[in-house]
Ligand binder design. Structure first.
Ligand code: FE2
Ligand code: FE2
Length: 188
């Protein structure tokens, strides 16, 4: 894929992620307020903080790429996040845990894809940050999956596919990069 396409794809994906982080953070704010267990409250509150931090990091990368958040997405994600946060108070314990785990598994892949676009458009400097965010999303998915599996109903459900072990995020990336280098060397 030409470098310009990778750059365009990276910006589009980061605009999406920037707004999605806002929706997630507001949803988690409602979520941790709605749970009773002290340890669950603390962990989900920490996850809310981590999503705000991701948003800051993604915003900085967008700025360095000379791009801006998408206004419409920002408005939509604000409403969505607030709405979901409110729903957490009326949906009970299970549904928000399940929904969060499912969404987090998608977030892992999004940051991995963004890291690949960054590498392929000559912005290696963003790769570590993007992979670190993928790893944090992996932790989030792991947490919500473990909560869902605590519930007898959750254990009877077929859950979303489990992501591969956390270490594979960097391992597969390093292999691809190495393979790419070998191919380039062989071709030159
Ligand atoms: Fe995040
Ligand atoms: Fe997350």
């Amino acid at each position: 894929m030409p470098q310009t396409d990778n750059r365009r794809n990276l910006i589009a994906l980061l605009q999406l992620a920037y707004s999605a982080e806002q929706a997630a953070a507001y949803a988690y704010r409602g979520h941790w307020h709605s749970v009773v267990d002290v340890a669950e409250r603390a962990r989900i509150k920490q996850i809310e903080y981590e999503e705000w931090h991701h948003r800051e990091l993604v915003g900085t990368i967008l700025e360095k790429l000379g791009a801006h958040p998408n206004r419409q997405r920002e408005i939509r994600s604000l409403l969505l996040g607030r709405g979901l946060g409110f729903l957490c108070h009326v949906m009970g314990w299970f549904a928000p845990m399940y929904g969060a785990g499912r969404l987090e598994s998608r977030n892992i892949r999004e940051y991995e894809t963004a890291a690949r676009y960054a590498r392929d458009c000559g912005h290696e400097e963003f790769v570590d940050c993007l992979l670190t965010m993928a790893e944090v999303e992996w932790e989030h998915e792991y947490y919500f999956r473990s909560r869902v599996l605590l519930h007898s109903f959750g254990r009877r459900l077929t859950l979303w596919p489990a992501p591969p072990p956390k270490a594979t995020i960097r391992e597969s990336f390093a292999h691809e990069t190495q393979d790419g280098c070998i191919l380039v060397e062989a071709a030159s």
